[in-house]
Design a protein around this ligand. Structure first.
Ligand code: NAD
Length: 454
């Protein structure tokens, strides 16, 4: 069966109305939870194969996150499915007004390879919770996870209303040409533009969860040790292949030396003397992705303060710290998406904010300081999808916060209630009884209106 036929089948099932039922929605969430609990070991193995993730990292950042999301959604499904009564202006009386939370219809979920479980199943959970039928296309690059999802999803979820299709851009194009009602895309800004254009041509609504160069500013009053611990963790988690990973650090020049020393101490603490043999240090996704980042490193004119060892065949890049680089250095030309961290000295917050705002709006921006005035100033002046104060990455783990970008880093948001909003059409319904016909007053000729014009 082609991908286009799969979508057509799912559209047919959606039109029967069965996915709108609250019991169906809750059943799908329970089935997804069961799948994760029954197959956590197989999922961890697939993530180990694709990305070299250890079991703890797989649980914390993928399986556990989806379970968390399912829990948050389950609490809200029943009340969300009910219409919301709203007031009616006196001029429209007698009448009643309500907002119906309509599912979008058939949703195409397209996901990337870096968190291939989380970024496939978390949108899926939101889409079914809101009563949609779904076609999910995982990344063809994380092959072990792609295969596993294609095998497990039909065993647990409604096999007619929730389908997995495998493959790359051709498959996406086939489905887009068949006209899904909604597209939820997570991936690069480059492909995001392609998806947005295809959707615009067919008037398909969409969400884009994209990436960018999430920057950090470390102020001169920051708690240096804690800052180094948290930034080394946030940067090198999943070997830097995280959409909200710190891309580069602007550090106040007054503390730059001390901060760099703390970062080196922290690297030794977290990954030991030889990260290549450290069991918990992940790999790049492919030899090509490794080689591409190696090329950027080779083209950089910066100083290698630490690391730099690369083994493309083994998909290994040592945690690498680069200093003394300019804003137009090769390493600053794109989202690094790997374990390479430029550290740039700045004169203060104004200098850092100016540099941040010269670039495309990032998915996240981080500030490390003890000063409320600096925190406020950073929040007031930096445009970013999210802001982390003294903590990178972790805002993603709070289902009560919306997650999404702004400008080049995305359009729309999800997680928890925000997923329900995203996968729902808010439909206005005005119900006016025929018994007392006030509309008669508006039909031609309107009494007194002609006189008013002379
Ligand atoms: P990608 O854009 O290359 O691929 C994402 C998906 O799009 C894949 O399923 C792929 O098959 C499909 N695709 C690729 N080319 C296509 C085309 N020409 N037409 C139609 N579909 C196409 O992204 P990636 O390399 O898998 O992931 C890395 C990027 O994703 C980074 O930029 C990262 O920051 C971003 N990302 C964002 C988030 C977020 O939540 N905002 C999360 C993870 C990753």
């Amino acid at each position: 069966m082609t991908a286009a036929q799969t979508l057509a089948e799912v559209q047919h099932v959606y039109r029967t109305g069965r996915t709108r039922n609250v019991e169906w929605r809750l059943g799908q969430l329970s089935a997804l939870q069961q799948l994760l609990e029954d197959h956590a070991d197989a999922i961890e193995t697939a993530l180990q194969t694709d990305l070299g993730k250890n079991g703890f990292e797989s649980w914390v950042s993928e399986i556990g996150q989806v379970l968390h999301e399912i829990k948050a959604l389950r609490k809200q499904v029943a009340s969300w499915a009910k219409p919301q009564r709203v007031r009616t202006p006196i001029a429209l009386w007698p009448a009643s007004s309500k907002i119906q939370h309509e599912p979008r219809g058939t949703v195409l979920v397209i996901s990337p390879w870096n968190y291939p479980i989380l970024l496939s199943l978390s949108p899926l959970a939101g889409a079914v919770a809101a009563g949609n039928a779904v076609v999910m296309k995982p990344s063809e690059i994380a092959t072990a996870v792609e295969t596993l999802l294609a095998e497990l999803i039909p065993q647990y979820l409604d096999p007619h209303a929730v389908r997995v299709v495998t493959g790359g851009p051709d498959v996406v194009n086939q489905i887009l040409n068949t006209g899904p009602d909604y597209v939820f895309f997570t991936g690069s800004p480059r492909v995001g533009s392609i998806i947005a254009q295809a959707c615009a041509e067919q008037h398909i609504d969409y969400t884009l969860e994209l990436g960018g160069q999430s920057p950090v500013y470390v102020h001169d009053d920051a708690n240096i040790r804690t800052t180094a611990t948290r930034l080394v963790w946030g940067k090198f988690f999943n070997a830097g292949q995280t959409c909200v990973a710190p891309n580069h650090i602007y550090v106040h020049q007054a503390i730059a030396e001390k901060f760099q020393a703390a970062v080196l101490a922290e690297l030794a603490q977290q990954f030991g003397p030889n990260p290549q043999t450290h069991p918990d240090y992940p790999r790049m996704i492919t030899p090509d992705h490794t080689a591409s980042l190696a090329e950027l490193l080779a083209a950089s004119t910066g100083t290698t303060l630490h690391g730099g060892t690369i083994d493309a065949e083994q998909r290994f890049i040592e945690p690498t710290i680069i200093t003394d680089i300019a804003e137009d250095d090769a390493l600053m030309s794109r989202e690094l998406f790997g374990p390479v961290l430029p550290i740039i000295q700045v004169t203060g917050i104004d200098d850092a904010v100016h540099r941040i705002n010269q670039r495309a709006h990032p998915l996240a921006a981080y500030v490390f300081t003890e000063s409320n005035a600096i925190k406020d100033s950073f929040c007031d002046h930096v445009v970013a999808g999210a802001i982390g104060i003294n903590i990178p990455v972790m805002h993603v783990a709070n289902p009560h916060l919306p997650f999404g970008g702004v400008g080049a880093s995305g359009r729309g948001q999800y997680h928890g209630r925000w997923s329900l909003e995203t996968f729902t059409h808010h439909r206005a319904v005005l119900d006016k009884p025929t018994s007392c016909d006030t509309i008669k007053l508006l039909t031609q000729p309107v009494p007194g209106w002609a006189n008013r014009l002379v």
